[in-house]
Design a binder for this molecule. Structure first.
Ligand code: ADP
Ligand code: GLC
Length: 494
């Protein structure tokens, strides 16, 4: 049995901005199911409802900063799925705000301090609450400093000096690059501020720091692991990742089917499965009504996405009007981010009434409705480390249409034009509007002319099993690898 401390900036259902939140809770829960002792440290954001989640106050911890500064923070506890303890870090100055990372599309200017502090406090919580983990699992730039602290402040003569660290890179497009003051705040000594460790053209690169210090590094699909080791895909970090090539692994994300399956989902209008498929029509009817879409027979394409550059939504913007005019599909688009895309998709329903619906913002329930009520789910990403919405969509019998990149490529099998196709969706290769439009024509052609093939695709998709059991077992191998690395270093240092 291993003791594993997750340190993360998101964990569903308490706090979630994207897939990170789903992955942290899904993996940590599965590890407890597999008999391990996992815990999560998460900031107590203002949006987290203490009453609803039954948070109980535990104690205060003293977090030591640079120059001997002490900050006292509270620790609250709740349990996820009864078995997984989650510790909430209560520090109003940093986390008592409306957003997780930003507000009104403006990033908080003190994010380096906020997440340095989370990383520091998490180690202190482990020590003060007597949870000395075999592995500290950190996620993205936000909690990368915890891997650095383990090998600096806590390197020797600390209860944590034998704890190994694993860094999961969910998104290399966000590296947490800030003013050097964000580095100074950690108080680990100026020598580490160099280009091999965390300096990035005079600034502090938090993810780079995690890569340097972590005992093992994972990303969220095998294809993306190859991508980040290549010059283009590494976004400046490929050389540093290649130094540690033997410690880099790609593990596909799992899905938490207790939340994301048509038979268990408590948020959708009707439950269904392959045998009792009629519920899906109820879900579609409700979705169409909610978004003002007219007619029962037109197929629906759903999109639920952050409006970020990586997601390829400009490709959609460029072709959707032609698609609305020429193809049978109706559209439901849910998301927020890029103001130009918010405006475009926000105005679309007024311009194509009865055919296009949109919700600009974050809406968990609607995201489930879109999964269940759509026929197709479009994920046209420019790059995608793993992607979860296409994985969820398959379970709902909603066929994904994806671009062949990263985890999208690893999770969706392209339709072959045969009745016994092993396909689970539609895949296109070029990140161009014409490739996307051409694929939509192909989907429409299949819809018009090969209903039996679509039924087969749907059956294949719903039979896919992306539950957390397999990825969790792969993470356990990575934890063992990290522990070996940590022990070898300890032995070398004597
Ligand atoms: P990423 O983490 O890059 O955003 P993923 O596909 O891994 O991409 O995960 C996205 C998660 O966030 C999914 O659970 C998706 O349903 C959810 N999501 C994205 N945008 C919204 C939104 N506007 N409202 C509700 N849920 C959203
Ligand atoms: C990231 C990636 C996404 C991945 C998610 C969870 O935000 O963009 O592809 O599925 O993290 O790992």
């Amino acid at each position: 049995m291993l003791k594993i401390l997750f340190v993360a900036s998101e964990c569903a259902p308490y706090a979630k901005a994207g897939g990170l939140g789903d992955v942290v809770s899904g993996l940590a829960k599965q590890l407890t199911v597999s008999g391990h002792d996992a815990r999560v440290v998460l900031p107590l954001y203002r949006s987290i409802d203490r009453q609803r989640f039954g948070l109980r106050y535990r104690q205060n911890v003293c977090v030591h900063g640079a120059g001997g500064r002490e900050r006292w923070a509270g620790v609250w506890e709740s349990r996820l799925g009864d078995a997984l303890p989650v510790w909430f870090l209560d520090y109003d100055e940093y986390f008592g705000r409306a957003g997780i990372y930003d507000e009104n599309n403006r990033e908080y200017i003190d994010n380096a301090y906020r997440f340095d502090f989370l990383s520091k406090a998490a180690l202190q919580i482990g020590k003060d609450l007597g949870f000395i983990p075999d592995v500290i699992h950190v996620h993205d730039w936000q909690t990368s400093p915890a891997a650095a602290l383990l090998k600096t402040w806590d390197r020797k003569f600390s209860p944590l000096s034998a704890s190994a660290s694993v860094l999961t890179i969910h998104n290399i497009g966000y590296q947490g690059v800030y003013h050097k003051l964000g580095f100074d705040y950690l108080g680990i000594g100026g020598d580490w501020f160099n280009a091999n460790v965390c300096e990035d053209h005079g600034r502090f690169n938090m993810l780079k720091m995690g890569i340097f210090f972590a005992d093992a590094i994972t990303t969220v699909s095998p294809t993306h692991a190859e991508e980040i080791l290549s010059a283009d895909g590494g976004r400046g970090l490929a050389p540093y990742l290649n130094w540690k090539r033997d410690d880099v692994f790609g593990i596909i994300n799992g899905a938490d089917y207790s939340q994301w399956s048509p038979e268990n989902d408590r948020l959708i209008p009707a439950n269904y499965d392959w045998q009792r498929f009629a519920g899906k029509q109820d879900c579609q009817r409700a979705l169409k009504e909610r978004f003002g879409l007219v007619g029962n027979s037109e197929p629906v394409i759903g999109i639920v996405s952050r409006f970020a550059g990586q997601k390829g939504l400009y490709l959609v913007r460029d072709i959707i009007e032609q698609a609305l005019r020429e193809l049978p599909f109706q559209w439901v688009v849910i998301g927020s981010g890029d103001p130009a895309l918010e405006r475009f998709f926000g105005e679309l329903p007024a311009r194509y009434p009865g055919k296009a619906g949109s919700y600009i913002g974050y809406h968990n329930e609607l995201s489930h409705w879109a999964q269940a009520g759509s026929d197709f789910f479009l994920v046209p990403s420019i790059y995608e480390p793993c992607g979860l919405t296409q994985i969820y969509a398959m379970k709902y019998g909603t066929l994904p249409i994806v671009r062949a990149t990263g985890g999208l490529r690893d999770t969706v099998t392209n339709y072959r034009n045969t009745a016994d196709t092993d396909g689970t969706g539609f895949v296109f290769w070029d990140a161009t509007p014409s490739a996307l439009l051409g694929t939509l024509w192909w989907v429409a052609d299949t819809w018009w002319n090969r209903h039996d093939h679509l039924a087969r695709l749907r059956q294949n998709a719903m039979a896919q099993n992306f539950s957390w059991a397999k990825p969790a077992a792969e993470y356990l191998n990575v934890y063992a690898h990290a522990i070996r690395n940590r022990r070898a270093l300890l032995a070398r240092e004597g």
